[in-house]
Design a protein around this ligand. Structure first.
Ligand SMILES: C[S@@+](CC[C@H](N)C(=O)[O-])C[C@H]1O[C@@H](n2cnc3c(N)ncnc32)[C@H](O)[C@@H]1O
Length: 375
């Protein structure tokens, strides 16, 4: 079998050049060879930690929030997780519900949508205890959903197009072969969708600035809306509103690589052995979703969402200092999970009541907590 590098080079030889999105898609998802298709990338032995690996408190807290949401909005007990990685989040959520809300667990159906065949096998192995409750489906076959849909760090793993302004012209950075190596090459935009994206957020790229645009995200959120009859969507990821992500001081875009827990921008090295990921533009995610019928409910920093969902009791109940510290890492600024991560909530054909706790601001949430604790 050809190595992944050979496959990419042969595609470039055929087409002359490929978009960075095509390159990233192959580097991450080429069957049997892409980064997510052949190894467990998560946790200590992998390239990076997600909130899921940081502490099981994350999954337990989300389980409470999702079950609470289903009850408050009278949604069927059906959860769908997209991009389930090692299956740890599903396991933490299901185990917690089994232990604490057995009636809800008994009713609950759990659907997983996962692109990596390798990871599906791992998920099946890890989730044996919940066999019968879970079904795996492809995004294309998913539809008519009623319930709670969520993802953690899915959208940051979608391939991005790299766009640069050179003088008066907006160009796309393609990948070409040059003097035996791969390198970037600016040429005209591969699709009108790029200019549409820029116009929608009224983004004026400054001369020499690179921006990374997640067109797959826009297609995904529009398709997702058509697949949901009645439900709520939680998208948890790292990123910011557009004005931050595309601010002129970010000259080189946000796409980056992780290899064994170190960050680098050597995009064309260790192809298939390192992660490639970019910040999520929550403004566009909300806007494209809204056009397709997903009504924005709130965009909340992860720390606040977890506090609203009761994570402070996880700190109180932690048995060791290490456990306490790992829960705190999810909400404190130093860990990164607390400040760089957001939770976008969107709804379709649901009425969100005024007392829905996950749309309140920080002050209101902290006032409610203080009152509950008698301060
Ligand atoms: C960064 S990992 C996050 C994994 C896990 N949610 C966590 O937080 O640890 C991204 C996950 O999304 C999956 N993924 C990426 N694109 C996908 C797609 N289009 N459909 C389904 N899964 C996808 C990857 O295979 C991987 O499991």
């Amino acid at each position: 079998m050809n190595s992944l590098n050979d496959k990419i080079r042969s595609l470039i030889a055929d087409k002359g050049m490929i978009t960075f999105a095509e390159f990233m898609n192959m580097a991450l998802y080429e069957p049997g060879q892409g980064y997510y298709q052949k190894q467990n990338p998560f946790g200590h032995q992998g390239s990076f930690y997600t909130s899921v690996n940081a502490s099981a408190s994350f999954g337990r807290t989300l389980a409470n929030a999702f079950a609470d949401t289903a009850t408050r909005l009278s949604l069927p007990a059906h959860f769908c997780e997209m991009g389930a990685g090692s299956g740890m989040l599903a396991n933490d959520i299901l185990t917690h519900l089994k232990n604490t809300k057995p009636d809800f667990y008994a009713e609950l159906k759990y659907t997983i949508i996962e692109k990596s065949g390798y990871l599906i096998e791992r998920q099946k192995e890890l989730l044996k205890e919940h066999e019968g409750k879970i079904n795996w489906t492809a995004f294309e076959d998913f539809g008519g959903f009623q319930g709670v849909f969520y993802s953690n760090e899915l959208v940051d793993a979608f391939p991005v197009h790299r766009v640069i302004r050179i003088g008066e012209e907006v160009k796309e950075l393609y990948v070409i072969e040059h003097e035996g190596g791969l390198t970037f090459y600016p040429e005209k935009l591969s699709t009108p969708k790029i200019q549409e994206y820029l116009d929608r957020i009224n983004l004026k790229i400054t001369d020499g600035q690179i921006v990374d645009l997640n067109l797959d995200m826009t297609g995904w959120v529009q398709a997702l809306s058509s697949k949901i009859d009645k439900g709520i969507v939680f998208t948890i990821d790292y990123g910011y509103p557009a004005e931050n992500i595309f601010a002129s001081y970010r000259r080189d875009g946000t796409v980056t690589c992780y290899y064994k827990h170190s960050q680098n921008n050597d995009f064309f090295e260790r192809v298939g052995d390192q992660d490639i990921t970019a910040f999520v533009d929550f403004t566009s995610l909300q806007s494209y979703g809204h056009d397709a019928g997903l009504v924005p409910v709130s965009l909340t920093p992860q720390w606040l969402f977890l506090v609203q969902s009761g994570i402070l009791s996880e700190i109180e109940n932690a048995e060791t200092d290490l456990q306490k510290a790992s829960v705190k890492a999810l909400i404190m600024p130093e860990g990164g999970f607390g400040t760089n991560f957001f939770v976008l909530i969107q709804g379709k054909n649901v009425t969100v009541p005024d007392d829905f706790p996950y749309r309140k601001g920080a002050k209101e949430t902290l006032d409610i907590l203080a009152k509950m604790n008698g301060f």
